[in-house]
Design a protein around this ligand. Structure first.
Ligand SMILES: [Zn+2]
Length: 77
């Protein structure tokens, strides 16, 4: 009886470990995908001097670090 309980406990422990590992993998994968999207969204190109830079703080309006022009985010095609 005790033997079965130990085997059951080990089985549950292993199942939980695999489940946690899978959740962690999915979480990391989603995090990476979100980071990639954020990186893509934070890339700006100034329409005045065509300087390309990364500004992750701004979402719709950004200031060019080279010429100081405020400009809106260009819509992607
Ligand atoms: Zn500029």
């Amino acid at each position: 009886m005790i033997q079965i309980e130990i085997e059951l406990a080990v089985a549950i422990y292993l199942a939980l470990s695999i489940l946690i590992l899978l959740i962690w993998i999915v979480f990391e994968w989603k995090k990476k995908t979100t980071e990639d999207l954020n990186m893509d969204n934070s890339l700006w190109q100034c329409p005045t001097c065509f300087y390309t830079y990364i500004d992750s703080r701004s979402e719709s309006i950004s200031k060019c670090p080279r010429c100081g022009t405020l400009h809106k985010k260009e819509e992607k095609e």
